[in-house]
Design a protein around this ligand. Structure first.
Ligand code: COA
Length: 153
């Protein structure tokens, strides 16, 4: 990762920059539904009444430009599951990829999880999304040992 890139918490005034980056990536890479999750995070981060930024939200800042972000949310502890968190979105600007920025964002989230006693971090992908799986595997994710059941309502 370039020396001028730092990983820091999402700030209230980052919302527009993250939204712009997400829009750029969306056209190229993402399913059109993903922006709703990102938008939900940004709507919360925009709230002036929040004293702290939302949990699990970090950005990569390159000389004042937002070039990547990771958003995660805590999962409920119900039904005997260990305390966990789910990655809602991770993305890096196309010009800044393959230089370890996503790996650094993930490491920062892992540090935050360790500090909170969160034992498992999840990412849910369609099985055909092979390219994203390459990144996740390199970031230390394994196939889940839990079963996910799904049906159309
Ligand atoms: C996936 C994404 C976040 C990776 O960001 P990045 O900053 O380029 O990733 P890193 O540089 O930290 O990559 C770390 C490792 O992941 C793997 N990896 C990352 N991108 C990869 C790709 N396109 N193909 C294969 N392996 C990849 C490699 O092992 C890489 O290490 P290396 O560069 O030394 O070989 C980025 O490509 C992106 O924003 N994609 C669009 C949004 C998206 O698909 N999000 C993923 C949902 S999980």
């Amino acid at each position: 990762m370039n020396q001028n890139t730092t990983i820091r918490r999402l700030r209230h005034d980052d919302a527009d920059a993250v939204r712009e980056l997400d829009k750029q990536i969306l056209g190229q890479d993402r399913s059109h539904t993903w922006d709703q999750y990102v938008e939900r995070f940004l709507a919360v981060s925009n709230l002036d009444s929040l004293i702290l930024p939302p949990w699990g939200a970090h950005v990569a800042d390159h000389d004042g430009q937002i070039v990547g972000f990771i958003f995660a949310e805590r999962q409920s502890r119900g039904y005997g599951l260990p305390p966990g968190a789910r990655i809602v979105a991770i993305a890096v600007h196309p010009d800044y990829r393959r230089s370890g920025i996503a790996a650094q964002l993930m490491e920062r989230l892992c540090e935050e999880c360790r500090g909170e006693g969160i034992e498992e971090l999840y990412s849910v992908l369609r099985s055909e999304d092979e390219r994203d799986q390459d990144f996740l595997r390199s970031a230390g994710f394994d196939d889940a040992s839990i079963k996910v059941f799904v049906r159309k309502p």
